[in-house]
Design a protein around this ligand. Sequence first.
Ligand SMILES: NC(=O)c1ccc[n+]([C@@H]2O[C@H](COP(=O)([O-])OP(=O)(O)OC[C@H]3O[C@@H](n4cnc5c(N)ncnc54)[C@H](OP(=O)(O)O)[C@@H]3O)[C@@H](O)[C@H]2O)c1
Length: 181
Amino acid sequence: MRKIILYIATSLDSFIARTDGSIDFLDALAPPSNTEDYGYNTLLGQIDSTLMGRKTYDSIMAMDMPFPYPDKKNYVFSRTQQQPSLDFVRWINDDVVNFVKNLKQQEGKDIWLIGGGTINTLLLNAQLIDEIQLALVPIFLGEGIPLFEKPLHESTFAINKIKHCHTGLIMLQLLPRQLST
Ligand SMILES: NC(=O)c1ccc[n+]([C@@H]2O[C@H](COP(=O)([O-])OP(=O)(O)OC[C@H]3O[C@@H](n4cnc5c(N)ncnc54)[C@H](OP(=O)(O)O)[C@@H]3O)[C@@H](O)[C@H]2O)c1
């Protein structure tokens, strides 16, 4: 079955953006380069779809660049908005968990869960995340938009890989671990 991969960058205190939505701390500390892309191009080759909440979509659209994944199927979750679908963007008002369960059953490559925290939480609580690739940025923000929101159910992951990047980031690959009872 195709995997849901959460690939995301977080501060050490588990914030994925500042309170105002800014992700400037990512750019300043660790711009992707030819020598270190944090597994990004491997991920892009592995997936054919992305999942994101409406706020993450808005933050991508607010960037001064064309939409970055026009060759993927991009599913945007919203309870309140139903914008016209573009060729590569589909607005989803259905129940997030049911939608993703169905999507996983369909033929296709893996699926990148882009975020943000609200959608991450729904899918982790439903045990639908098959892999987490976490870029740990060595900064404490103090406040911001959390990687996961409360209430978050307890779940255990094994650290499968750790890479200390020369830019100062740590990349963690986490896989769900079933605890024997
Ligand atoms: N550091 C990183 O790598 C990274 C990665 C991704 C995102 N981000 C940042 O994260 C921030 C956004 O994260 P966020 O947690 O605030 O928001 P989010 O998860 O991106 O989106 C939340 C929105 O999803 C929709 N939604 C929530 N629950 C739903 C449900 N049950 N069914 C259908 N739709 C539902 C709602 O849209 P409506 O309000 O339209 O109903 C809600 O406002 C942005 O600033 C972005 O830049 C950072």
